[in-house]
Write a protein that binds this ligand. Sequence first.
Ligand SMILES: *Cc1c(COP(=O)(O)O)cnc(C)c1O
Ligand code: SF4
Length: 374
Amino acid sequence: MFPQDRIENWAHGQGLWARVPAEDWNDWRWQMRNRIATAAQLEALMPLTAQEREGLRAAAGRLAFAVTPHFFNLIDRGNPACPVRLQVVPRAAEGVVSADESDDPVGEEKTSPVPGLVHRYPDRVMLISTDRCACYCRYCTRSRLVSAVRGGGFRPQLEAAFRYIAAHEEVRDVLVSGGDFLLLSDEKIDYVLERLRAIPHVEIVRVGSRVPVFLPQRVTPELCAVLRRRGPIWMNIHVNSPRECTRETAAALERLAFAGVALGSQSVLLRGVNDDEEALRSLVHRLLMMRVRPYYLYACDKIRGSAHFRVPVARGVELIRSLRGWTTGFAVPQFVVDAPGGGGKIPVNPDYVETFLPDGSVRLRNFRDEECRY
Ligand SMILES: *Cc1c(COP(=O)(O)O)cnc(C)c1O
Ligand code: SF4
């Protein structure tokens, strides 16, 4: 049995749109055209809670609401607590803003030398290539600029970004993020990668994308050919709950892997979505079955109106402890807090060291909480 055959979930095999011909369903443009993007469309497809109705009203004018049919089919429509639903359907709690939340919680604007370029770390930059995503995550750190809901003010200045990177020889690593880079046309993606490859000191190019999860149909052979030609590309996908790991996503990831793309994943620790041992374990196991190495688990940034998603950092550490030693070492992501204000990602780990002793030895505890001395 191929490992990915253990992924039992098919988006097209369940839920709605059963009569849509496969050639439409598998066409990413059909998926984009048929996104559920208004409260009325959503209400027609499933019963909403009062909280969600109010959330949808408040979302207009803030972060856009949009869900592809593919991702929508992963929602358990009878369950208001469905982990897929919680990520994309607005709730009234988005309107509750606490004093320590903001529009730019990790201080991207103040380390941005060119609109759309963030230079926070010494040797690497992040390029925000577009403000569009296939679906919008309600806890998005970049909701100040994605989805164009506030009049579409964001325009990445790609040429200025290329000039900046070319002029800064210390930049050896470029992370192309968004929004979602893979929503650009193949030609545009090829162009951006070509320009980055032409800069001699850029050693690695990586892409952050949720497309393989929200819109796996976008991972076409033509796109894979571009990524292969401009490779090696490192790609981090973003996936939070085991339900999101579908056959379609597994197949898209296989196409990417066969094009030479090195795959990792980032997850955000979210209340009700993945803050329990079973969900997190199942998620990382499925990622490995799909050739994806878990990379980061993020504490949810303090974006405006996200308190209902937040999980205590101590609980995150407990969850990491529940994985380390109990499962495949490389299934365990690094838990990080992205420092408020722009200090960068800070690893937060369970502590296995009891004491460092003066003779150079150390008293430790293993994953079973047994003491040992080294
Ligand atoms: C996360 C991030 C990076 C990449 O960080 P790594 O720890 O190297 O994966 C680079 N720039 C910015 C602004 C980031 O937020
Ligand atoms: S895919 Fe990423 S950039 Fe887009 S809405 Fe979700 S978290 Fe934000």
